[in-house]
Design a protein around this ligand. Structure first.
Ligand code: NAD
Length: 323
């Protein structure tokens, strides 16, 4: 049985990934600074520990063949674009990656998966909401619009440096807005699909919800099961990346809100207010992943959004009952 470690499996993507890895027969150890909030993770071993601490990482990588490194100090626009968390985001996430590679290689780990982000792409290519450019090679000359993006770019380079100098295999994916049930939906770190679903679920019919900016900024969103499938394909392939894992179904945030309203069966006004919005336009470019892994998302955005809305609506109901 291959022994794998998933860093950050107390979180959204890591939690789903562990379920998939267990269903495939892996022996799975997990480390996170906190338990999973919404789900019992079927790991063989769950270490609650801080990956900034060398000893925690040394214990975590011991006896492990493959590492999935998903732990990061992260959140949605309300967390990474305000500037208030920049030092933590850079210090915490870089330290986790430095520790994971250094102690992982020393312990004999053979392969590392690293979750980078579409936030590494230069702001100058994402000014036109209808025509953003996010092909993998367009990352340079680098000009991410957040320190979160800069740390991801640094860490991508760190993984490839260890690959070149220490002979380990690495796989680097750039995730584009992954969403779904069992992810952060409130509290300030939630991302746009969860925030929009929560606002729609909470608003009485005929009232309004608030949208940051003019809502004309564009994004694409990938459902969690599709993301996990692409991650597994990348790990099994002989392609190191970096490669986009995302959807090419680009929508405005206003359109995303309308889709959520349709699912909820509610009519709500959109009230546009000032807020952190990130780049004007962003879409995944899937040409490389189609070519290398023969992978594309299998379902439209509406299908994933429906599952996510119903899960968030249930959380909102639960919160109401306990209030
Ligand atoms: P998440 O916040 O739900 O999960 C990250 C986990 O890392 C959390 O459970 C957190 O407790 C843990 N963590 C943070 N600091 C830690 C520390 N010092 N020690 C131990 N654990 C620590 O985020 P997610 O959405 O599951 O994202 C997973 C990865 O994918 C992250 O690296 C993120 O940057 C990347 N990513 C996600 C998206 C997305 O849309 N969700 C997009 C691009 C990239």
């Amino acid at each position: 049985m291959t022994k794998v470690l998933v860093n950050g499996a107390g979180g959204f993507i890591g939690g789903h990934l562990v379920k998939r890895l267990k269903s495939e027969g892996f022996w799975v150890r997990v480390v996170d600074i906190k338990p999973h909030e919404f789900s019992v993770i079927p790991a063989d071993e769950f270490i609650v520990g801080d990956l900034r601490e060398p000893q925690v990482v040394k214990d975590a990588v011991s006896g492990i063949e493959e590492v999935y490194q998903l732990a990061a100090d992260m959140g949605g626009a309300g967390y990474i674009f305000t500037g208030d968390h920049d030092a933590n985001v850079m210090h915490n996430s870089a330290t986790i990656n430095l520790n994971t590679l250094e102690f992982g290689v020393k312990a004999g780990v053979k392969k590392f998966f690293y979750s980078s982000s579409a936030c590494i792409y230069p702001e100058y290519n994402q000014l036109d909401p209808d025509n953003p450019k996010c092909s993998e090679e367009s990352a340079y000359p680098a000009a991410p619009d957040s320190e979160y993006g800069w740390e991801k770019l640094f860490s991508e380079r760190l993984y490839f440096s260890y690959m070149r100098n220490h002979g380990v295999a690495v796989r680097v994916a750039r995730f584009h807005n992954i969403f779904g049930p069992e992810g952060t939906w409130t509290g300030g770190r939630e991302k746009a699909p969860a925030a929009v679903c929560r606002k729609v679920a909470e608003a009485p019919d005929g009232t309004h919800i608030e949208i940051w900016g003019d809502g004309k900024q564009t994004r694409s969103f990938l459902y969690i099961d599709e993301c996990v499938e692409a991650v597994r394909r990348l790990m099994q392939s002989d392609f190191a990346g970096p490669v986009n894992i995302g959807s090419e179904e680009m929508v405005t945030i206003n359109r995303l809100a309308e889709m959520a309203m349709q699912i909820a069966g509610k009519k709500l006004e959109l009230k546009h207010i000032p807020g952190p919005t990130g780049v004007r336009g962003r879409n995944s470019d899937n040409r490389l992943i189609r070519e290398k892994l023969q992978w594309s998302p299998s379902e439209p955005l509406s299908a994933g959004l429906e599952k996510t809305y119903h899960w968030i609506n249930a959380q909102v109901e639960k919160a109401r009952q306990t209030a």
